[in-house]
Design a binder for this molecule. Structure first.
Ligand SMILES: Nc1nc2c(ncn2[C@@H]2O[C@H](COP(=O)(O)OP(=O)(O)OP(=O)(O)O)[C@@H](O)[C@H]2O)c(=O)[nH]1
Ligand SMILES: [Mg+2]
Length: 384
């Protein structure tokens, strides 16, 4: 059985020698290689090359200059470059004890699992190395959210955020992964049907150097979760709902300052249409934006929404004049009807598939099997 130990590194120069020494000692008797996937801007690659010459195991390095996909992209690059039976992923700052490598592999062999996770939150595990209560709370909280959103796929995993795990290479569809941000294991577990085993471990202190975790990674994590869990229409609906609330708030605010309801409805519609377009470009149709210019899409989107809003206006007037329904409630009803029309127009016209060069992300099977419309095995209906 062959193993590739994949270590993503970004400016970890002071940790390289110690890491190689400890990994070398830990995998004594195992057919293992060490593969650094490095995006560093400091002397890390030179240090890796120097240390590799003295190492007790074969050491390879892929040095990237584009840094695509960040930490997760680096790990996927490592999967692609490996021909081993198992890929074991760990951080380069020694927060993950290399001495656990044989135990993780052993656990895989004994249990027949496809993925063996070193967990901070099972048995004797601990997250001592997380600095401060805020990061402890964020870690616990993000795991709770992820497990609530993927009750089936994450059933056997107490720590889907860990960066210390081993995967049987042929159990993972590497091409289906959409690496982004820090949470590569989450991506592996939610996009593949795999059997998971766990081992406790104590997440230690950084050996040396600086942390690369930050608030941006946190936001990217939320985006990742939403993309994994929700199909395109659900994300469109979330943004649409946000737009509707915004629309009503602006309208109510303007009316409170003495504006008539017709003028208030026009202004709130224009503001909301523009904000919705920007959010949808970024979060709903980001993989279908590569044909034509943003201005053309904006013109089509705005044209449709403005026309729809203009048609909606006479309806609004009619409802308000002919029935006792209050204006803001009437507006809410018409917005709900317009939502469906809007989604159909945007996916069929503004971002229609024939225009795109890349396959849409929602075609990747997620929790449950990919049928259309999807119903996940835990019963959540998923509309693409
Ligand atoms: N290749 C690559 N590696 C990265 C990138 N960002 C972080 N890493 C590496 O990923 C591992 C985890 O990053 P850390 O900064 O240790 O994140 P963390 O463990 O959550 O934060 P600390 O607890 O403060 O260490 C380390 O080996 C980093 O060098 C990146 O963009 N590219
Ligand atoms: Mg670290």
């Amino acid at each position: 059985m062959k193993v590739t130990v994949i270590v993503p590194t970004f400016n970890e120069e002071p940790n390289v020698a110690e890491l190689v020494r400890r990994v070398g000692a830990a995998v004594e008797g195992i057919d293992a290689e060490l593969l650094f996937v490095d995006d560093s801007t400091d002397g890390t690659p030179a240090t890796i090359e120097a240390v590799a010459r003295e190492a007790r195991l074969p050491v390879r390095m892929i040095h990237r200059t584009d840094g695509v996909g960040g930490l997760s992209g680096a790990v996927v690059e490592g999967f692609r470059a490996s021909d081993a039976d198992w890929c074991l992923v760990m951080d380069g700052d020694l927060q993950h004890p290399p001495e656990l490598i044989p135990d993780l592999l052993e656990q895989g062999a004994v249990t027949g699992a496809d993925v063996v996770v070193a967990s901070r939150y099972v048995g004797g595990g601990a997250a001592d190395g997380l600095s401060g209560w805020v990061r402890h709370a964020v870690s616990r909280g993000s795991i709770a959210v992820a497990r609530a959103m993927f009750p089936v796929r994450l059933r056997d995993c107490t720590d889907p955020m860990t960066g210390f795990f081993a995967v049987r290479r042929d159990a993972v569809d590497v091409a289906a992964l959409r690496p982004r941000g820090f949470k590569i294991l989450l991506e592996v577990l939610t996009r593949n049907k795999v059997r998971v085993a766990e081992l406790p471990f104590v997440f230690g202190e950084r050996f040396a150097g600086d942390s690369k975790a930050n608030v941006r990674q946190g936001l990217s994590y939320l985006h990742q979760l939403a993309s994994l869990r929700f199909g395109r229409m659900s994300r469109f609906a979330i943004i649409g709902a946000f737009g509707a609330v915004l629309n009503l708030a602006i309208m109510a605010g303007l009316m409170a300052t003495g504006e008539g309801y017709v003028e208030a409805a026009i202004v709130s519609a224009v503001v909301t249409i523009t904000i919705n377009f920007l959010l949808q470009e970024r979060f709903v149709f980001h993989d279908l934006r590569d044909h034509g210019g943003a201005w053309r899409r904006f013109a089509e989107s705005f044209g449709f929404n403005a026309t729809e809003a203009a048609i909606r206006l006479p309806f609004l007037v009619w409802i308000v004049e002919a029935t006792p329904v209050p204006p803001v409630l009437a507006q809410a009803v018409t917005i709900a009807v317009a939502f469906v029309l809007r989604f159909v127009f945007h996916s069929r016209v503004v971002y229609r598939r024939g225009r795109a060069l890349v396959p849409p992300e929602a075609d990747v099977p997620l929790e449950g099997e990919a049928t259309s419309p999807r119903v996940s095995s835990d019963g959540d209906a998923q509309v693409q």
